[in-house]
Design a protein around this ligand. Structure first.
Ligand code: ZN
Length: 466
């Protein structure tokens, strides 16, 4: 609940004071956890953080966080939001990843600006309800005549109020050239590079606390040419923007790389000039030990998508502990409908916890590790260390109030951070981005949710042909 004034012990006035939290898990450099804590935000950035014995600044607005764990906003490092238009599509649900893709590529050829805008509005609202304050998106289908899909998504992000890192995805290797997608959804290399440069010039904000940044993102080794991978890395260097792609997601990918390139898929990734701390990759389920060490040396980040690992199936689980030991920045991602069909970062954090323990035993992963991955690790993937993913003075004013109340949390008295992921399910009571409420009392603040759902249903029906 928002009231008109906070406490008045300090002369300096801040914009928002979140107070009375059961616990504030700052995830700052000291990993401070503050009981009965508060967080003050001014000018979109964290002004100060304290506990009951610390004087609170005067605030324009105060937000009660009683009964809540307060964490930094969670950061989503991999998604394909447009795929919420074809969720749990019956003809595709029981295939392999490659079968799923080849069933849906022709459907996605109907994407246009309205579809990109509405799917992004709904998808980002869904993420905000699940505690996400910054999301990337990997939109790699740009049908001819479809319009400026990325700018349409950015418009939706501004309306919903979340921080947004869309990536200019691309596919250039069609079936006739030995790739996976049909001709209708691929573009020429020159066209992709020119549009990438246009979008960076139009939207990329390099400032501290930026709400929109663009990255460049050829889709995968089996849907773009090696020439486009190389040229994209060169362009990203020149424009000083980040690089993103899928890597080592599926055993089929290594078979494809062996046949087409005569090497492993991560060797091919290195060959085309992507082994760098400018890059972060989605999944990376199948690296060998030598490749894990290389990723650590390069500083290439990994977007871990735990639900995706499980839904794609086959037993492949990203080696998260080994990555972190090797110094690979590991962030969290929900991924698109191919592998999740739901976009709650709380659920992804919980699944990261469960899957980590399934893979490497109970001491390998706790709730604090999952929180770390979802905040600081993800910030590192996006090249925003120290700016995103922690509640420390000067970092962005992005946070979530998680109500640890009701029957789901009865009896959880001693460790609110472990309870947060072991109990539940839980959604955000409040989600704050840049000091502004995006979710308040469990509801999206931006107007028009019902109308957006109506439009989303109509577009989904058109694309699915139902
Ligand atoms: Zn993906």
């Amino acid at each position: 609940m928002v009231t008109e004034a906070g406490s008045v012990d300090r002369a300096e006035r801040v914009d928002l004071l979140v107070r009375g939290a059961l616990l504030v898990a700052t995830v700052d450099d000291e990993r401070r956890e503050i009981e009965d804590g508060w967080v003050a935000i001014a000018g979109g950035l964290v002004h100060s953080v304290g506990g009951s014995s610390d004087p609170m600044p005067t605030a324009g607005r105060a937000l009660d966080a009683d009964g809540c764990l307060v964490t930094p906003g969670l950061i989503n490092t991999h998604h394909h939001i447009f795929q919420n238009l074809t969720r749990s599509f019956r003809p595709a649900v029981n295939g392999t990843l490659f079968q799923w893709l080849t069933t849906l590529y022709p459907r996605w050829a109907a994407l246009d600006e309205e579809a990109a805008y509405v799917s992004a509005w709904i998808g980002l609202a869904e993420l905000a309800l699940g505690g996400c304050t910054t999301s990337t998106d990997h939109l790699y289908v740009h049908p001819r005549g479809g319009g400026d899909l990325i700018s349409a998504e950015i418009r939706a992000a501004r309306e919903v109020g979340v921080r947004f890192h869309p990536t200019r995805g691309s596919m250039s290797l069609s079936k006739k050239d030995g790739g996976l997608p049909p001709d209708s959804v691929v573009q020429a290399d020159d066209e992709i590079l020119a549009d990438s440069e246009r979008l960076v010039a139009l939207h990329h904000d390099r400032g501290w606390g930026a709400m929109v940044r663009i990255a460049l993102a050829p889709c995968s080794p089996f849907s773009v040419t090696p020439e486009l991978m190389r040229a994209t890395a060169v362009l990203a260097e020149r424009l000083d923007v980040r690089l993103h792609t899928h890597l080592a997601e599926d055993p089929d990918e290594d078979r494809f790389a062996a046949e087409v390139f005569g090497r492993r898929t991560i060797e091919q990734y290195e060959e085309v000039g992507w082994g760098s701390d400018r890059s972060w990759v989605a999944h990376c389920i199948y690296p060998n030990d030598e490749e894990i060490a290389k990723l650590g040396r390069w500083g290439t980040g990994v977007a871990h998508c735990p639900s995706s690992n499980m839904l794609i199936g086959g037993g492949g689980i990203a080696p998260v502990s080994a990555f972190r030991t090797a110094g690979v920045p590991v962030g969290l991602g929900c991924d698109g409908s191919a592998s999740t069909d739901s976009a709650s970062l709380w659920m992804e954090a919980r699944n990261a916890l469960l899957l980590g323990r399934l893979r490497k035993g109970p001491t390998s992963m706790g709730a604090r590790d999952a929180l770390e991955i979802a905040t600081r690790g993800s910030a590192s993937c996006l090249g925003r260390d120290g700016e995103l993913g922690q509640l420390a003075p000067g970092a962005v004013g992005d946070l979530v109030c998680w109500p640890l109340e009701g029957v789901q949390f009865a009896g959880a008295l001693t460790d609110p951070v472990e309870a947060w992921l072991r109990c539940g399910p839980v959604s955000a009571r409040h989600t704050v981005v840049h000091g502004e409420l995006v979710v308040e009392d469990g509801r999206i603040v931006a107007r028009g949710e019902e109308e957006m759902l109506r439009r989303h249903r109509a577009i989904s029906a058109r694309i699915q042909g139902v």
